[in-house]
Design a protein around this ligand. Structure first.
Ligand code: PLP
Length: 461
């Protein structure tokens, strides 16, 4: 059937998609009467669909991924050259780009030391969990096997990642789940669990310690947290939170795993989200922006101390990290990641992200003054969200259907934005923005202008 597709014969493509492709996160009933959307080209921050319609992409490929923008010839060349030289060998051996990228990455992460390659954010987190579990066996007599996670955070789509996810709608109907993952409270001050609190950040961190003490510190091996929660509502941590979390982890000998799958490699205006807060993790996972979607790559980065736990007894046949990821040996990932990193440095995209992030936040705050439906505005770098409410006083969340209508009305104005969806019952009410790190002032203003128009249309007054 695919032989029949001619370069411009989009109707064949649409027909093939309708009949054979199962789209992610999509209810397909609608495609019995309408065509699926097919994106055929991208350049910079712009994308074109099968009908030729141009859209400004304010979500970097839908899920905060294409950080350096579309159509980068130098990344395509780097990947092509590498594939022709050496495309693959299993990760038990090394490769030139994997070694080079690991060294470059570690330069950006003082205190970290080792890079374990795989292919997706979920997989990177699974590796981290396996490390924690094996350390529990090797160092703590099988105890310290529990892994804490936070309400509203997301760590991936596999069964163990869903077990450690704080978004019940993602996990619904996929259980039963493995044991040993324990939830701690979220840290969104706008929806404070303790009413008005003088120091909400410290209070939210102490809530973690309460869970540790309840479970027994000798049973807890790690906690996994997003530096800034992404799909759970763009939650920037309150002041004082991270410092206290670090202190608690050290006090109870608990490994701190930071999920930088969204924040990592520039999104927040630093190389890594945690670097805003002066904390030192034990394990960091990353994926999406590592190669901006030009190749599949994820990394589980550890300190030397974590790594050492797997090589201190060479006589033990089960004592090393017995994990494999077939495609973690693909060289396209690190080749693309090296060039992606060079672009961020040479084009000074971290500084641009900070400047454009401030502009976007300023624009959103100005919209908040004119549109009562915007209850809260949050963000760090080019990673912003606007929480929508039906009533500012009661903070009643705007119904998901209406939030979706605003996204659609923004798209009708030529700008693709995102929203929290299928995450938290009744709380899928945050607009999500994550433009590429190359965004210009004009791009930022176009995004907020389109949202302005959409809010005026869907929620007038
Ligand atoms: C914070 C976070 N961690 C992990 C993941 C999972 O990544 P992947 O879809 O590559 O498995 C995601 C995906 O959206 C994410 O947002």
């Amino acid at each position: 059937m695919y032989d029949g597709m001619r370069a411009n014969d989009i109707s064949d493509v649409v027909a093939a998609d309708r009949v054979h492709v199962w789209h992610h996160l999509t209810q397909h009933k609608a495609f019995e009467t309408t065509d699926p959307r097919i994106i055929v080209q991208g350049k910079g921050m712009r994308i074109w669909d099968a009908s030729g319609r141009e859209t400004l992409d304010a979500v970097s490929g839908g899920v905060w991924t294409v950080n350096v923008g579309y159509g980068r010839v130098s990344i395509a060349d780097a990947v092509r050259d590498q594939l022709l030289r050496m495309n693959y060998f299993a990760g038990s051996a090394g490769s030139v780009p994997a070694a080079q990228f690991a060294a470059r990455l570690i330069e950006k992460m003082p205190g970290m030391s080792r890079v374990y390659y795989s292919n997706s954010g979920s997989e990177a987190n699974e590796k981290a969990y396996k490390m924690v579990r094996q350390i529990a066996h090797r160092r703590h007599g099988g105890r310290k096997w529990k892994i804490l996670f936070r309400e509203r955070d997301y760590h991936g789509t596999t069964i163990a990642c869903l077990a450690s996810g704080g978004q019940p709608e993602r996990a619904a109907q996929y259980g039963p789940f493995p044991a040993g993952f324990v939830q701690v409270p979220h840290c969104l001050e706008y929806r404070s669990q303790w009413g008005a609190t003088a120091n909400y950040g410290e209070r939210a961190a102490e809530a973690i310690e309460e869970v540790i003490l309840r479970e027994g510190p000798d049973t807890v091996g790690a906690i996994v947290l997003e530096p800034v929660t992404a799909g759970g509502g763009v939650i920037t941590p309150p002041e004082g939170y991270w410092e206290r979390v670090q202190e608690i982890c050290r006090r109870h000998d608990i490994l701190l795993i930071l999920d930088e799958v969204v924040c990592g490699v520039g999104r927040t205006g630093e190389w890594f989200g945690y670097q805003h807060y002066g904390i030192q993790p034990n394990i960091v996972t990353m994926a999406k922006g590592v190669a901006s979607g030009y190749a599949a790559i994820s990394c589980t980065v550890t300190t030397e101390a974590v790594f050492e736990a797997f090589k201190d007894d060479a006589a033990d046949p089960l004592g090393y990290f017995r994990d494999i990821s077939t495609f973690g040996g693909c060289t396209a990932g690190p080749a693309a990641a090296l060039e992606n990193m060079r672009i961020i440095e040479d084009e000074d995209l971290l500084a641009n992200t900070r400047a454009m992030g401030e502009r976007l936040m300023g624009n959103l705050r100005a919209l908040q003054e004119r549109h009562p439906v915007i209850g809260d505005v949050r963000g760090k770098g080019l990673f912003c969200g606007a929480e929508l409410v039906s009533d500012r006083d009661t903070k009643e969340p705007l119904p998901e259907r209406q939030v979706a209508a605003i996204v659609a009305a923004t798209l009708a104005r030529g700008v693709q934005i995102g929203m929290t969806n299928r995450s938290l019952p009744g709380l899928n009410n945050t607009l999500c923005l994550s433009p590429a790190l190359i965004a210009t002032p004009d791009d930022i203003d176009r995004i907020s202008d389109a949202i302005d128009g959409a809010l005026g249309e869907i929620c007038p007054g």
